[in-house]
Structure formats: C-alpha cells, structure tokens
Design a binder for this molecule. Structure first.
Ligand code: TRP
Length: 77
C-alpha cells in the first residue's frame, strides 16, 4: 500500500474570500485540530499530507487543486 511517505504530492488552496480557514487534523488514533491558517482573498497555501497531518478541513469559499483534480466549495447563498 502506498502512503503519504511515498508521495511528494501537494495540494493548493486559493481563498476566494477573506478569512478562509485551513485546518490541519492530526494523524493517528486521536483526530484533532493542530493548526489553523487564515487566508485572505487571493492568498494561496501550498501544503502536503505529512506524518502529523492526515486530513484538512477548509472553511470558507476556496478553490482546492490536487492531483485528483480541482474542486471549489464556493456557494453563492
Ligand atoms: N507542521 C504541519 C505538518 O508537518 C504543517 C502542515 C503540513 C499543515 N500540512 C498541513 C498544516 C496542512 C495545516 C494543513 O504536518
């Protein structure tokens, strides 16, 4: 099985509004927030999954690009 260790893969988050939060969740049995980054409109973050980070939660309107494609959680409500 290939794991994050075999990959240099990164993903890009581009904020479409001020105050987009990128929240890193810990790897392992205990899943908790360990880092929160605030992005303002048009700011981008380039990140990887690591020994410490197994999941990422994104709050706010953003475009996320990865090797799996591009997704946006933009909503115009
Ligand atoms: N220190 C964290 C780590 O090495 C930094 C990090 C990597 C991170 N990827 C992330 C923080 C994604 C938030 C979201 O795991």
């Amino acid at each position: 099985m290939s794991t994050y260790k075999d990959s240099n893969d990164f993903f890009i988050i581009k904020a479409l509004e001020d105050g987009v939060q990128v929240i890193g969740l810990t790897r392992g049995t205990d899943t908790r927030f360990h880092h929160s980054e605030k992005l303002d409109k048009n700011e981008m973050m380039i990140a990887q999954f690591t020994e410490h980070t197994s999941a990422v939660k994104i709050r706010g309107n953003a475009i996320i690009q990865s090797s799996h494609g591009e997704i946006s959680n933009l909503n115009d409500e």
